[in-house]
Design a protein around this ligand. Sequence first.
Ligand SMILES: NC(=O)c1ccc[n+]([C@@H]2O[C@H](COP(=O)([O-])OP(=O)(O)OC[C@H]3O[C@@H](n4cnc5c(N)ncnc54)[C@H](O)[C@@H]3O)[C@@H](O)[C@H]2O)c1
Ligand SMILES: O=C(O)C(=O)C[C@H](O)[C@H](O)CO
Length: 238
Amino acid sequence: MSFDFAGKAVLVVGASRAGIGSAIAHAFRDAGAEVAITGIEDAPAEKDRGLFPYHQVDVTDAAAIKALAGRVPTLDVLINGAAITSRGEEMDPAFFAKVVDVNLHGTFRMAEAFHAHLARQGGSLINIASMYAQFGSPKNPAYGASKAAVQQLTKSLAIAWAPDGIRVNAIAPGFIVTAQSEKSRQDPTHVANVAARTPLARWGQPEDIAGTALFLASGAAQFITGACIPVDGGYSIA
Ligand SMILES: NC(=O)c1ccc[n+]([C@@H]2O[C@H](COP(=O)([O-])OP(=O)(O)OC[C@H]3O[C@@H](n4cnc5c(N)ncnc54)[C@H](O)[C@@H]3O)[C@@H](O)[C@H]2O)c1
Ligand SMILES: O=C(O)C(=O)C[C@H](O)[C@H](O)CO
């Protein structure tokens, strides 16, 4: 049941912009893990520089992912959080394809590349889905479709890799204040509507997601696989 991750190696993919990935990285670091982070940016957010080894890896670049897997000797926990979305721009077929490539194929590419690492350790894979996996999202159709697919992929990988001792789960955050949601937060009606519809009556902060990642990777979750846990202040049940 331990939440002590001393001696465990954790890689958080998509943690470069001081958002959810960064909060998860800090939580594992505080719990004693050796944590490395990735992102598409040249460098991580200023607050995280020097705290975590950083790998600039594009999740659409299979060769770069393979090279990363070759550089990482051992891995106990992989968090897949790289994603893009752009409100109001996702009916464009080229951008739709890009969103699916990053969010869905990128998640699978990373998972597949580290499958052997996780199998060696009896490790844990955690994918970041979204409450948009459940709801129609007219302004983010590619994002919603990709996150529904990430949730479904989580179930398939959980079954496929259970014999390897790997547990595969997902987290479905609600509306969280990060760089990704910045564009949508320019719309005051949207900001107010989200809080009004959320039973806990606020937007989430990146730190709200971190404890669930820690839990899912811990021994306390040893009989949980294929689950997708909403962390959304009750948005999805209201
Ligand atoms: N913010 C929200 O409201 C919210 C809600 C539900 C789910 N999520 C999910 O949480 C995760 C973290 O998002 P966030 O809100 O912290 O946003 P963020 O923009 O801070 O994080 C996204 C990360 O993805 C990385 N990324 C983007 N394109 C990439 C590419 N091609 N290759 C590699 N990395 C790439 C970025 O570098 C960044 O580190 C994402 O999966 C996001 O979809 C966010
Ligand atoms: O719900 C998510 O997964 C999002 O990232 C939503 C963003 O906050 C934003 O509303 C998208 O337009």
